[in-house]
Design a protein. Structure first.
Length: 229
């Protein structure tokens, strides 16, 4: 099946015109008919609304096969980031998401993802967004690493990341469980960790005390998509 024929079988296209404070999102079917349109705020509230918009088109009975029927494109986001963003916003759709680029192979987009997090539970919404992006990358099959520094080192300890940041947001324990299941790793700044006199015996599975040297060794010569929170 050609890329053009495959696109005719898609249930929905998601276009995202991304500005600093908001996203202008439009959903269309394979014939070009508009299914939904909205201006969504940046952050967790916008993610929750995007999730609902796509879910409303796939229906409550959508399964993994339906997930592959959603495609995302954004003129203001690099093509490497698009499938990560959609899978972070809407995990089911992310499994089959990809940018509108018929001549570009998926193999060229499977680079590593690095999420740098220096925010702790003083801003739970920002932490939630960071983990949504990390989960989206890991569940999309990318080798994914979260580098935690400053107050974020506390989140590397069992039982610290708890609660729900906002109405409609996934809980932090659920996001951590999904990240672990998808093979996500943590590198925790040893200087920050030691300065707070924390116990490394309580580190999460997949977490290790490691600094910038180990981070660059992990990235190596590969292409890495980075996010910072």
């Amino acid at each position: 099946m050609t890329a053009h024929e495959d696109r005719r079988n898609l249930a929905a296209f998601v276009g995202d015109d991304w500005a600093k404070a908001h996203h202008d999102v439009e959903l269309m079917d394979a014939t070009g008919r508009r299914l939904a349109k909205a201006r969504l705020p940046e952050g967790v509230a916008g993610i929750a609304r995007l999730h609902a918009m796509i879910g409303g088109q796939l229906g409550e009975d959508a399964d993994e096969d339906d997930a592959g029927q959603v495609e995302c494109s954004s003129p203001t986001v690099s093509r490497e980031r698009e499938p990560v963003l959609l899978s972070a916003h809407y995990p089911r759709a992310g499994a089959g998401a990809g940018p509108v680029a018929p001549d570009e192979s998926e193999a060229g987009m499977a680079g590593k993802a690095v999420i740098s997090l220096s925010t702790g539970l003083e801003d739970p919404e920002k932490v939630t967004v960071a983990f949504l992006v990390a989960v989206g990358a890991a569940e999309s099959g990318r080798p994914t690493l979260m580098f935690q520094a400053k107050e974020a080192v506390r989140l590397a300890l069992e039982g610290t990341a708890a609660g729900v940041a906002c109405d409609g947001c996934p809980s932090l324990p659920d996001l951590l469980a999904r990240y672990e299941k998808a093979g996500g790793r943590y590198m925790v700044c040893p200087v920050c960790f030691s300065a707070k006199k924390l116990d490394k015996g309580g580190l999460l599975p997949g977490a290790e005390l490691a600094g910038s040297v180990q981070l660059w060794e992990w990235i190596g010569d590969d292409t890495a998509t980075t996010f910072s929170y």
